[in-house]
Design a protein around this ligand. Structure first.
Ligand SMILES: Cc1ncc(COP(=O)(O)O)c(C=O)c1O
Length: 411
């Protein structure tokens, strides 16, 4: 008799985006003539950079020819792609070996799967608020007794609140933890950790034989050269950190799908030898994954080339132009805003102490703009909204104009 994996039933109801869709559709059903403007989901909207498109077309041509066709590639990614990534990190004075890179079909799956490397009784700390995948994958992984509505969080998990008081940068855990998920620039707050702030976590992890899972999916949005783009810029990080990144947000590969994870050979945890976690991830990928698309990898390779890097930067600058318009617009109606400087997300405080969902409903019904309620990213996200700068410029301008015109102090 088959039985379900009971851990799935522990996931708290309604993943954020389906609930947004439900409310949006209900409003549209009542108001079919309204044209909604979306500043919600972090999905890219602009065309792929030309050089990347050409590289993928060239790869397709090779695949169209029997003499140059290739099938399955290496599960870890093509060697030229791994070498190109290694060289890319040299720009930040980070020296890694190509065999420490594992190319994947995106950061989300890696962020969800990486917990498989660690014991079931690991105590895990999460930034709060955070990208929901870190928490949910550990719920499904069987590391919680269930959701606690009073705590608005899961039992057994350690939440590291990121609030106005600490500039949205988490404090070190007060109790001993084994794994720590960090995301910088953070989704949803847009906060970026400095070298010093990251160093505190790296030192903690090395002292406690803990492991940091560092998600740097938005690293290319960092404009301030003093801020670290990779955790490995911090001394000691290779001994205690795994880094996950993606081509989604800098190259527009949200639909093409390509990312990577770095598991340094130096990385150790309490009961592992040097190189063991790297071998385990290699084994995991070889067993459960058949390699990233060779077409996507051709695009990724060109995204790391001189011209590709330049075009990707232009794409990122476009979204950051949107971020500026959004932040200035929201501030002009006296909303308190964070982020949006080194990140595509603006983290805005709700007016009059409205809950995140109340302000979501207000913006939906009065301004016809869809945003993301902050509370969907964790308990400390309550009373905030996340506004995304992914959108066509003309739509962003229209959405902000509508908010400015129809917002009457949230009343
Ligand atoms: C913090 C963070 N990590 C990872 C991802 C997913 O990246 P990918 O498209 O490579 O799966 C996202 C997507 O929004 C994200 O916000």
């Amino acid at each position: 008799m088959a039985r379900i994996n009971d851990s799935f039933t522990k996931l708290s109801a309604g993943y954020l985006f389906p609930e947004i869709a439900r409310r949006t559709n209900a409003f549209l059903k009542e108001n079919p003539d309204v044209e909604l403007m979306k500043l919600g989901i972090g999905n890219t909207t602009e065309a792929l950079p030309k050089t990347l498109v050409q590289a993928m077309k060239d790869k397709l041509d090779l695949l169209s020819n029997r003499e140059t066709y290739s099938g399955y590639g290496d599960e870890q990614g093509d060697t030229p792609s791994r070498i190109a990534l290694k060289d890319y990190y040299k720009n930040y004075n980070v020296d890694l070996d190509a065999t420490e890179f594992f190319i994947s079909d995106g950061a989300k799956a890696d962020a969800a799967n990486i917990q498989q490397l660690f014991s079931l009784d690991s105590i895990i700390a999460f930034q709060d608020p955070a990208y929901p995948v870190y928490v949910d994958s550990n719920v499904v992984g069987g590391r919680t007794e269930g959701y606690d509505p009073l705590l608005q969080g899961y039992k057994n998990f350690v939440y590291l609140p990121c609030t106005e008081e600490n500039n949205f940068i988490p404090q070190l855990p007060e109790t001993k933890v084994d794994l720590i998920y960090l995301c910088s620039p953070n989704n949803p707050t847009g906060a970026v950790m400095t070298h010093q702030e990251l160093k505190r976590f790296v030192d903690y992890a090395n002292e406690n034989k803990a492991v940091i899972i560092f998600d740097s999916a938005y690293s290319e949005y960092i404009k301030d050269p003093s801020l670290p783009r990779s955790i490995y810029e911090v001394e000691g990080a290779k001994n205690c950190s795994i880094e996950i990144n993606s081509f989604s947000k800098n190259a527009g590969f949200t639909g093409v799908r390509l990312g990577w994870t770095i598991v340094p050979k130096q990385l150790v945890c309490q009961d592992s030898k040097e190189g063991q976690l790297n071998s385990m991830w290699n084994r995991r990928q070889c067993t459960f994954f058949n390699g990233a698309s060779n077409i996507a990898q051709a695009g990724g390779l060109s995204a790391l080339s001189g011209e590709g890097l330049k075009e990707c930067k232009t794409l990122v600058d476009y979204y950051m132009g949107n971020a500026k318009i959004i932040k200035e617009g929201l501030e002009s109606i006296s909303l308190v805003c964070y982020g949006g400087e080194n990140s595509p997300y603006i983290w805005a405080k709700t007016p009059n102490n409205m809950t995140s969902w109340e302000f979501f409903d207000y913006l939906l019904t009065k301004c016809h703009v869809v945003i993301t309620p902050g509370s969907g990213f964790g308990p400390s996200g309550e009373n905030y909204i996340r506004v995304s700068s992914y959108g066509h410029r003309e739509n962003v301008i229209k959405a902000i104009a509508s908010i400015k015109e129809n917002f009457i102090n949230g009343n």
